[in-house]
Design a protein around this ligand. Structure first.
Ligand SMILES: Cc1ncc(COP(=O)(O)O)c(C=O)c1O
Length: 312
């Protein structure tokens, strides 16, 4: 009460709750320092290790580290062959990155409504669009706030209409759908390691797939369309400067400095999830208490109002 009064009398800057504060331990710090001392800053052994750990964690064949989920979504759509004039279905409820990558490739996003209980894309609405539109080549469902979209139903529809599925799992590490790990199910899945995500590398992302062709294409396109990365050129049995540029690619590779953080963050993914569940439970409880308090105040006001009318 005193604090509230002093705020009203002497307005001052309030301390806001931070939107997101990453949890970084000494092990992340030492691993980054180790990378800096190693002399290998860009894509190298730590990225390779992070990718191997990630594919084990998800239970998929290939994991490809990139410098953001936006880059990963762009690469995944390119790898499944999205080109100018194609249509790609996605949800109305997401971050801009999900839809902008469709435009990067000259394709047209078709926005589909969400389910009222999960806030995720509605499979029923997807099917309605497919019945009335031609030229749809892919669906990008988003697992909003980490809650898995109905991926079983969505992949079923995709198979029926012979279209691809690229999952935007920027919020969804780790997450499951019908006891299957998100990242192991559809044509490609993209995770984000931006600073406010469930695990972080500062900036970063990962594409997972079980499809060798998609994996090979992303590997080449994430680094200028070059068919050998620098680490491979210097460490293979026959080190050489020689490489071929086989396509006009992008500069989307992850650095070892970021992978150094990711290696340790990934090991703690489940413990972070448990902590967030406890915090969410506490927030929900506090909100219920606030609601009860508001309701009792409202009842009191109604009662007082009644009393006031009575005596008037
Ligand atoms: C749903 C969704 N998709 C994609 C992205 C893009 O992630 P990144 O910042 O790693 O590119 C975000 C980022 O917040 C997101 O929320």
């Amino acid at each position: 009460m005193f604090n509230l009064l002093s705020c009203l009398i002497m307005p001052r800057k309030l301390d806001f709750i931070p939107y997101a504060r990453p949890v970084l331990d000494e092990e992340e710090v030492s691993e980054v320092v180790d990378t800096l001392r190693s002399g290998w800053l860009t894509t190298g052994p730590k990225v390779n290790k992070f990718e191997a750990m990630f594919s084990d964690f998800i239970g998929c064949k290939y994991a490809l580290a990139v410098n953001s989920a936006t880059a990963g979504l762009h690469l995944a759509l390119e790898a499944i062959g999205i080109s100018p004039g194609d249509k790609v279905i996605t949800t109305v409820h997401t971050f801009t990155a999900t839809a902008e990558v469709i435009r990067y490739l000259g394709a047209e996003p078709i926005f589909v409504d969400i389910e009222s209980d999960s806030y995720n894309i509605s499979p029923e609405c997807i099917e309605n669009v497919l019945l009335t539109h031609t030229g749809v080549k892919a669906i990008i469902p988003v697992h909003y706030a980490g809650q898995a979209a109905n991926i079983t139903k969505i992949t079923e529809i995709a198979h029926k209409y012979s279209i691809k599925v690229v999952e935007d799992a920027a919020h969804a590490l780790p997450s499951t759908s019908n006891n299957r790990m998100i990242g192991s199910i559809s044509d490609a899945t993209v995770f984000s390691f931006y600073a406010n995500k469930t695990i972080t590398t500062g900036e970063g992302g990962m594409v997972t797939t079980n499809n060798k062709e998609i994996s090979d294409r992303i590997k080449v396109m994430r680094l200028h369309g070059i068919n050998r990365d620098a680490f491979d050129r210097f460490t293979s049995n026959k080190p050489s400067w020689y490489y071929e540029v086989i396509a006009p690619g992008y500069k989307y590779n992850m650095m070892d400095m970021c992978a150094a953080i990711g290696i340790h963050q990934l090991r703690k993914a489940y413990s972070y999830q448990e902590k967030r569940a406890v915090i969410a439970k506490n927030i929900a409880m506090l909100l219920r208490c606030c609601l009860l308090l508001l309701l009792s105040m409202l009842l009191l006001m109604i009662y007082m109002h009644g009393t006031y009318i009575h005596y008037n």
